[in-house]
Design a protein around this ligand. Sequence first.
Ligand SMILES: Cc1cc2nc3c(=O)[nH]c(=O)nc-3n(C[C@H](O)[C@H](O)[C@H](O)COP(=O)(O)OP(=O)(O)OC[C@H]3O[C@@H](n4cnc5c(N)ncnc54)[C@H](O)[C@@H]3O)c2cc1C
Ligand code: FES
Length: 346
Amino acid sequence: MSHRIEITTRDGQAFEFACEPEQDVLAAAAAAQITLPSQCRRGSCGACHASVAEGEYTLGAHSADALPPGDPHAVLLCCTTPRSDLRIAAPYDGTKVLLQPVAERRARIAALETIADGTRRLELRLEPDDAYGSAAEFEAGQFVELELPESGVRRPFSLANTSNWDGRLELLIRLRPDGVFSSYLREQAQVGDALTVHGPQGGFGLFAQSLGPRWFVAGGTGLAPVLSMLRRMAEYQEMNDARLFFGVNRESELFMVEELERLQGELAQLRVELCVRNAGDEGDEGAVRGRFRGTPVEALEAALGLADESPDLYVCGPPGMVSAAQAVAVAAGVPARQFSSERFTV
Ligand SMILES: Cc1cc2nc3c(=O)[nH]c(=O)nc-3n(C[C@H](O)[C@H](O)[C@H](O)COP(=O)(O)OP(=O)(O)OC[C@H]3O[C@@H](n4cnc5c(N)ncnc54)[C@H](O)[C@@H]3O)c2cc1C
Ligand code: FES
């Protein structure tokens, strides 16, 4: 006998569907044409986490890191099977739930440039089609999967720009040694190349209804979705107090610094702290330029110690950095509902 699942988003939208006892909740939602945020679908990235408010369930094999700490009812929907009807609270707004499968569109490379040691900026232009026209529509903070045409290899990357009518997608990509997609970008990619884009996807993004301070913590290319959110705040002239802690290992790995300065011109309340872990070490010029010497999580910890009010926290970067930020947030008493993150699992 199937069970009834009710999922309520952060902003109060409810979605209902049936789930068989052996079926995971994510797959059951998809079968009902409800696409919930997810990424790996195997319990390791944490993108599908939610909290069970009522009902019995089994949580299958998963990585402990993928679950947010401090919530005994936290689950990963891709490996949760119901043993009764379930009421579930989702940590994202209803705009992140699609009532159709993830879109699949063709795009061409419009620009590709090196913006720092080991980091490329990739600009794509979506081809107009009957279903979506020429627009690129997505929520700030979401990601797409890029598929290489010949091999069918698919990799997730966050969008750094905001929705637009002319189909532009901007991505900031860290090249991995021997990575398949990285090797394509390093050795082969050219302006005009065609790629398939699956998305937008994902639940990471601004809490639309919160008027509190917004603090962003970005490690390396974890800046991409954060930049999208800051640009969106600038477009809408949202006046929430805002701070960014952006970290890299070496001065030569910093990027988008001028763009952040430009954004500070549009968002007068935005404070930016550039964190360079090895600033001042031999061969690194950081110390003379007044960078925070350390990781963005260390900068966050110091700032939280002085804060009068718990900010909403948006954290993105390598999984270890996100876990460290989560531990700092818990220790500083930031409520779990004010913590939102995206892990760049490889
Ligand atoms: C939701 C989401 C959003 C993301 N957004 C971004 C973004 O905006 N920018 C960004 O830079 N990254 C982002 N990432 C991370 C990005 O998806 C990965 O870095 C990317 O998929 C790597 O692809 P690749 O094909 O180059 O590497 P892969 O071929 O997948 O390999 C990755 C790494 O693993 C190593 N490796 C591969 N196989 C083996 C093996 N058998 N044994 C040991 N090591 C191995 C490779 O050498 C390489 O270093 C995101 C990840 C997620 C989940
Ligand atoms: S989609 Fe469920 S943990 Fe990644």
